[in-house]
Design a protein around this ligand. Sequence first.
Ligand SMILES: Nc1ncnc2c1ncn2[C@@H]1O[C@H](COP(=O)(O)OP(=O)(O)O)[C@@H](O)[C@H]1O
Ligand SMILES: [Mg+2]
Length: 247
Amino acid sequence: MTAVFGHSGSSKTHQPVAPNTVTDEPSVMVQLQGVTKTYPNGSWGLDKVNLTVRRGGFLFVTGPSGAGKSTLLKLLYGAERPTQGEVIVDGSNVGKLRGDRLSLLRRRIGVVFQDYKLIPRRTVTENIAFVLWAQGYTRKDIQRRILPTLKLVGLQHKADCFPEELSGGEQQRVSLARAIIGTPPVLLADEPTGNLDFDNSRQVLSILQKLNGMGVTVIVTTHDAGLIRMANQPVVQLRDGRLYRVS
Ligand SMILES: Nc1ncnc2c1ncn2[C@@H]1O[C@H](COP(=O)(O)OP(=O)(O)O)[C@@H](O)[C@H]1O
Ligand SMILES: [Mg+2]
């Protein structure tokens, strides 16, 4: 199936994207066209998946463990390459990018994982500044971005804490801050609430929705039915690498 998700401001962008063609339409942020991924050991990640997410869209990807959810996100940020088909993000054919061009695209994609992946012996500020520092941003520019980003995730009072001094929910919000400090137009979250209780999950969801309200295209994998109900956003399901539209 071909699923098209997301909203957009101008009437022009409401025109449907023709199935089975790769688009260069600027209103499209993410497109998978006939994407199959098989791993070298023969296991199947994805099976002929077609999916379009418009700029400014929000999409949940659900499905059982092993269904291909993480594989889908890995293809989008170029950690895996498709065996067949095209993966387009922000106008770039991700599967064909190499070296510097792939690094440049990755700067435009924020990624959040279930297990936060924070650096233990660095403060919250250092954890979120590190990415920009590694990308060659000036000290002044980094400084300018830290406080507003921490405020956005409600952690301005934890700037000098170390990860181990924070709750799981707070650590996940630091990882969100790290993902968005470079203001990427796309945010991918792989089971971001997998280790969190209800209240913390709700807080993370509320930040994702706030970012989406600011124009960020958000794709979230989850098998948390409660989270999906709370969010009231479009949902697709993966089962054995095949994509099905849910709502
Ligand atoms: N690096 C890998 N090497 C081999 N098989 C993999 C690899 N990553 C994932 N798979 C397989 O691909 C399928 C989909 O995995 P994954 O995308 O991680 O699913 P999900 O995130 O929905 O749990 C599974 O059968 C899994 O075992
Ligand atoms: Mg996964």
